[in-house]
Design a protein around this ligand. Sequence first.
Ligand SMILES: [Ca+2]
Ligand SMILES: [Ca+2]
Ligand SMILES: [Ca+2]
Length: 426
Amino acid sequence: MDLMRAPQPSLEQSNLHQSALRLLPQGTKLAVPKKMETGMSAIIEQDLNGDTKPEAIVFFRKEPESYEFGYMILEQSVKDSQVSWKRVFEEHVPSRDIDFVKFVDLAGDGNPKLVTGWSGGNRDKNEIHVTAWAADGGYQSLTPLTYSAAAIDDLDNDGIAEIVVMQRDEVKREASASLYRYQKEQIQLASKLRIDGGFEGYDQVEIAPVAAGIKGVFVHAGMGAHSSISWLLKLDDEGNLVDVLNEDPIKPTWMNPKPVLSTDLNGDGYFEVDRMLEPLQAENIPMFAMPWIHELYQWSPEKGMIPVLRTYLDMENGFRLDFPMRWDKRMTLVKDEEKPSILHFSVVQNEMLKEDVFRVEVVPIKDVAIQHEKWRAQGAQWVSIGEIGSVSVQIVYTISPQKQPKAIRDLLPTPEEWAALLHPLK
Ligand SMILES: [Ca+2]
Ligand SMILES: [Ca+2]
Ligand SMILES: [Ca+2]
């Protein structure tokens, strides 16, 4: 038996592939969409009309390059145990690429609709196409939505997905967020919110949980060379999109000196919004050497945006070191002038910079024993708080915590607390 032989596609799959090639419109070839949840392929099988038999959706592009892409829907029929495929729908879209493909239950009837994004089409606009099946009319592509970025998910948790479309007009420097719902066999605008348009492009547009049973749209946009603006949109009681980060979404104040992305960093299931802080007493530190503190906020129905985590991100070594919330902003830090991976922490009291309290040092695991030997010779006290990849993270006290005044000693974590503050970056 030849174990090296590549797996053969099943008869059914090769039949579909051959049928798809045979049915391709003149002058086209198969094209694989850029983003898809099912495996990357030009041919996807999915039941679109609810008869439990999958249809095949086949994506193609015109050859030679002519900025025309498209797709066709094939229906299968079985006769004398022979499967054959027939083209029942075809749409050509002027565009530069197939941005994404999703199958989304937009009507709440359990039948997913085909939702496709096409980039760089008419007048360089991106378009979302929704292709729906109706018992009396077959397949139909609904009026397209133009978009700069989009998020498709169940925003109001009623079991039916919505489409949130972000637009940006580069010339007029205007932007907006629009909420669309599938109603009466059409895509209908449910709410539109104007936001500031003075940015370069969207870094993230994602629907994610913000609090128990509540979702929001996390929007981050890049501005200038490095900085960024953020909005967090959610639905108010009337079902309108509102921004909970900025008092006026057209004059946003939630800005950061670098691009930021939202995730659930503290692991409670809800996404946070980053606000980068300069440590206290850091006025004279140049931007490239700034040890940014990331203050992460979550939305609360009662209190609005509240900080839930302050943390330092060491991208180079792949970890984050959380700050105990009791530190408030009193503990400040600075990067070592010679070895920037070393962070010196000090307590600020009465606006006066105190002596160093401790430093964080990243030591290659293989060198830890030698390093400890050196510190022992210097009479230093330290805690090994954990290993990330090939490095060990060490806390080295400037003076023994027992000799610190109570006010400072109370700020210092116990060894167990230290270990719980260190996390690998995902
Ligand atoms: Ca079907
Ligand atoms: Ca919904
Ligand atoms: Ca969280």
